[in-house]
Design a protein around this ligand. Structure first.
Ligand code: UDP
Ligand code: MG
Length: 225
């Protein structure tokens, strides 16, 4: 269900590393999907891309009053890029998502519905990959089992950085000055009312995964890339 002329504002944050082939497609899709919302900000974070990503962001920002971008001085990693975006996010709720269309913008309606109607402060997505077994899903499930074994904080297997955060949660995250965060662990730990929705995660629209095996290990250790 879509909401016409709603009083609340939404912001969308998209960290990007070399996503020149996906940025325009994602932006067009967001504009179309979000036309009934008061989208005050579509904010790209360029995490040190070496392709044409930043000039594409700059063009989109000049042509669309609600679109902007942050240029990081080098590649700081996905989590640090998200944190930079959160520090500049406006909106009564803030949605974070990947640039490559694996986080389908069609799910944003459900994120907003759960936030508005069920009063959740955090609505996060979990990959519904029943049946799909790849090397990556295997390592991911091992990773979450290990993390869950060593910490009392719930870290949900299959949780993605595609989520909606209420303004109150964003305000708390802005108070944290640490930039090497593991948001998938930190956000569950923060409390608030949280709810998961299952999503299907498809293939990247274009380009290749920016997460090498080494980067995934560094993510697990909450180290910079
Ligand atoms: N990304 C980033 N900095 C990095 C690595 C990735 O900003 O150092 C972005 C990337 O452009 C994408 C998102 O983080 O928007 C998720 O990365 P990717 O799709 O490569 O990860 P995967 O889906 O393969 O786990
Ligand atoms: Mg991806």
């Amino acid at each position: 269900m879509k909401y016409r002329s709603q009083p609340y504002t939404i912001a969308v944050l998209i960290p990007c590393l070399n996503e020149e082939q996906n940025i325009t497609l994602l932006h067009q899709t967001l504009i179309r999907e979000l036309e009934y919302y008061n989208t005050v900000q579509i904010l790209f974070i360029d995490d040190g891309s070496t392709d044409d990503s930043s000039s594409m962001m700059s063009r989109l920002a000049s042509a669309n009053s609600n679109t902007g971008y942050i240029q990081l001085s080098r590649n700081f990693g996905h989590q640090a890029a998200l944190k930079a975006g959160l520090d500049h996010a406006r909106g009564d709720c803030v949605i974070t998502m990947d640039a490559d269309m694996q986080h389908d913008p069609k799910y944003i309606h459900e994120l907003i519905r759960v936030w508005r109607e069920e009063g959740s402060d955090v609505v996060y997505t979990v990959r519904d990959d029943s049946g799909k077994r790849t090397l990556k899903t295997f390592f991911s499930s091992v990773f979450y089992r290990i993390i869950s074994g060593v910490t009392s904080t719930p870290v949900y297997a299959g949780a993605a950085d595609f989520r909606l955060l209420d303004r109150r949660v964003v305000d708390e995250l802005q108070k944290i000055s640490e930039h090497h965060l593991f948001l998938r662990g930190l956000i569950p730990w923060m409390g608030f009312r949280q709810k998961a929705i299952p999503i299907n995660v498809g293939e990247r629209a274009a380009g290749e995964s920016k997460y090498s095996a080494a980067k995934m290990v560094r993510l697990a250790l909450a180290e910079p890339p």
